[in-house]
Write a protein that binds this ligand. Structure first.
Ligand code: F0G
Length: 519
C-alpha cells in the first residue's frame, strides 16, 4: 500500500497543484449543515463556513439528519437500488409531485413527462437529444405534407406563370415538371439543415460533449467544438432572441393553385432544435434573467415553433424562494431541468420534464442509463420534495427570508466599500458579490491574478485561510464570488461572512495583494 502522503498524485494531479498554489487544497473530513470540517496537524476538527453549498446542490445543507435517516432506512430495507426495466411507481409519484408544483408556480395547464438521469449535464443532453428527435419528427411530417401537396398540384396540371420560373431561377420555357424538381431540390436543402441550439451568452449547461456546446465560456467549449451540434449564442437583451431566430430561419416552398395557375407560398422548416436558458445564471456570475427578455424568449419561440428549455439545475429546488426560479419571471419552459438539489446532498440524479404536447414517447426506447431512475435517488428526491412542500412551503419562505438577510449584509459591505465591491445581485439564496476590476491595479499580485482570471480564487483562498469561510468565483465570472448556502444559514454565519468581506475589502482598498497570498 502506498501512503497518501508519499504517493505521487494520480487523481487529477494538475488540479491538486493549482489548488495548493492558492491554498485551497484542503481535505474536508465531515460536513453538517453549512459547516465543513478539516483536521489540523493535531487531528482536531476545524470548522469552515461553507457558502459554496455544493455549487447550489445543498438546499438543506450537508448531511441533513432527515435525509441521512431516509437514506439509512432505504438501505436497511434493502430497496433494490438497481432494478432496470421494471415498474418504478415512486418515479411516477415524483413526476406527479413536480407537476403539482409546475402547475402552481407557472400556471401550466398540461402534464409534463419526466425522464430521469444522473447529473445536470445529463439532464441537458437528454433535453438536447429529445428536442432533436422531436425536430426530426416535425421535419419528417412537414416533408411528407409538402410532398403530398406538390403531387396533388402536379396532378392538377396548373399553368406555370413567369414569376414562378423566375423565382426558382429557371428559364421561362421551364415545364411544370422542371418547377416541381427545382422546388424539391431547394426544399431538401432546408429539410436537411443541421440543427442549431440557441443559448444565452454567459450561460452554463454542463461539460459533456453535447452540453459543453451550449456552455458559453470558450475555454470550456472551443477545444471540443467539432464534437457536436453548435449553439448560436444570444445576448440576454431585448430584441436579441428575435434576431437570432430570424438568422436561423429556413423556409420550404409550398404550391397552391389559384384559378388554374400555380402560385408559390412558403412555410417555415424547423432548424432551431431548442433555446436553452437559466432563470438565474449561476456559473455565469449570478445574473437574474430580465422579465422582458423572458417574455420575448417565450413569444419568439412560440412564433417560430421551437421549444424553450429552462435549465433549473442550479436555480431550482427552492433556493430562490420559489421551487422554480423561473416562477419569478413567469417563464414556463417546454422543458424544465432539475439536478443538483434533487439529490438532497446524498444522491445523484436529474429530471428532465417535457411538456406533454411536445413529448416523443419513442425517446424512452432510445435513451437510457444504467443508473437513471434508481430507487435510492428517486426516494431521496421524494423526501426532498416533501421537505420543501410541507408546512405550507415554509422552506421557500425561509430561503427568501435568509436570502434577504444575507443580501442586506452584502449590500452593507458594498455601501462601505463602493470602490471595491461593484455589485451585489441575485435572488433568494443565490447571490453574487462582484468586485471592481483589478487588472489596472498598481499592485502586481492583484493586477496579474485579475488578468489571468484567477483573482476570485485568490480572494477565496484568503477568505478560507484567514476567516474559515468557503466561497468561490467561477471561471466565467472571475470577479464575482457566489454564495449559495442552505436555508438554515444562521445570523452568526452572515455576520462572520460580512466581517470577513470587510477585512478583505480593506486589503483591496489598500492594494495589498501580498497579504492575500498563502505564506
Ligand atoms: N446546468 C447548470 C445551470 C449548471 O449550473 C450546471 C453545473 C450544469 C447544468 C451541469 O451540471 O455538473 O451536474 O453536470 N454547474 C456547476 C457550476 C458545475 O459551477 O455552477 P453537472
Amino acid at each position: 500500500m502506498v501512503t497518501p502522503t508519499t504517493a505521487p498524485e494520480l487523481a487529477e494531479p494538475h488540479l491538486r497543484g493549482l489548488l495548493a498554489s492558492i491554498g485551497l487544497d484542503v481535505e474536508y473530513v465531515r460536513g453538517s449543515g453549512d459547516t465543513l470540517y478539516y483536521r489540523d496537524t493535531d487531528g482536531a476538527e476545524i470548522p469552515v463556513l461553507d457558502l459554496v453549498g455544493g455549487y447550489g446542490s445543498l438546499v438543506f445543507g450537508h448531511n441533513h439528519p432527515r435525509l441521512v435517516e431516509r437514506a439509512r432506512e432505504l438501505l436497511e430495507q434493502q430497496v433494490p437500488v438497481h432494478a432496470q426495466f421494471s415498474y418504478h411507481p415512486y418515479a411516477n409519484e415524483l413526476a406527479h409531485e413536480l407537476n403539482t408544483v409546475l402547475r402552481r408556480e407557472l400556471g401550466v395547464d398540461e402534464p409534463y413527462h419526466a425522464l430521469f438521469g444522473n447529473s445536470g449535464a445529463e439532464a441537458v443532453e437528454i433535453a438536447m437529444k429529445h428536442a432533436e428527435l422531436d425536430r426530426v419528427v416535425r421535419v419528417g411530417a412537414l416533408r411528407a405534407r409538402v410532398a403530398e401537396t406538390w403531387a396533388a398540384v402536379q396532378a392538377s396540371a396548373p399553368a406555370v406563370p413567369a414569376d414562378v420560373t423566375e423565382r426558382l431561377e429557371l428559364p421561362d420555357t421551364a415545364t411544370l415538371d422542371d418547377v416541381v424538381a427545382a422546388a424539391a431540390r431547394l426544399n431538401e436543402e432546408s429539410f436537411t439543415r443541421a440543427p442549431v441550439f440557441l443559448a444565452l451568452e454567459g450561460g452554463f449547461h454542463g461539460k459533456l460533449a453535447g452540453s459543453v456546446q451550449l456552455t458559453h465560456n470558450p475555454g470550456y467549449r472551443m477545444p471540443f467544438s467539432a464534437l457536436a451540434a453548435q449553439a448560436r449564442f444570444v445576448p440576454a437583451a431585448p430584441g436579441a432572441t428575435a434576431a437570432a431566430a430570424d438568422a436561423e430561419r429556413a423556409e420550404v416552398i409550398v404550391p397552391e393553385v389559384v384559378d388554374g395557375v400555380l402560385r408559390l407560398t412558403v412555410e417555415r422548416s424547423p432548424v432551431v432544435a431548442a433555446l436553452f436558458v437559466e432563470p438565474v445564471q449561476g456559473e455565469g456570475g449570478i445574473r437574474v434573467l430580465d422579465r422582458t427578455v423572458a417574455a420575448e424568449i417565450r413569444s419568439v419561440a412560440d412564433e417560430a415553433g421551437f421549444p424553450v428549455v429552462v435549465d433549473e439545475v442550479q436555480s431550482g429546488m427552492g433556493r430562490t424562494g420559489r421551487f422554480f426560479a423561473a416562477a419569478h419571471s413567469g417563464l414556463a419552459g417546454d422543458y424544465v431541468l432539475l439536478a443538483k438539489g434533487i439529490g438532497g446532498g446524498v444522491a445523484k440524479s436529474s429530471v428532465t420534464l417535457i411538456r406533454g404536447s411536445r413529448y416523443q414517447g419513442d425517446f424512452e426506447l432510445v435513451h437510457s442509463s444504467t443508473f437513471a431512475k434508481d430507487a435510492f435517488s428517486v426516494h431521496i428526491g421524494l423526501e426532498v420534495l416533501r421537505m420543501l412542500e410541507e408546512d405550507g412551503g415554509a422552506a421557500y419562505a425561509r430561503a427568501a427570508e435568509r436570502g434577504a438577510a444575507l443580501r442586506a449584509e452584502l449590500e452593507a459591505v458594498r455601501a462601505e466599500f463602493p470602490d471595491v465591491v461593484s455589485d451585489v445581485r441575485g435572488e433568494g439564496l443565490m447571490l453574487g458579490v462582484e468586485f471592481a476590476d483589478l487588472t489596472a491595479s498598481p499592485d502586481p499580485v492583484l493586477a496579474e491574478n485579475a488578468a489571468h482570471g484567477l483573482i476570485g480564487y485568490v480572494l477565496a483562498g484568503h477568505l478560507l485561510r484567514r476567516h474559515a469561510v468557503r466561497v468561490f468565483p467561477t471561471a466565467s465570472a472571475p470577479h464575482t464570488l457566489r454564495a449559495e448556502p442552505s436555508i438554515y444559514l444562521t445570523d452568526e454565519a452572515i455576520t462572520q461572512f460580512g466581517s470577513a468581506l470587510r477585512e478583505l475589502c480593506g486589503l483591496l482598498r489598500k492594494e495589498d495583494g501580498a497579504a492575500l497570498l498563502p505564506v
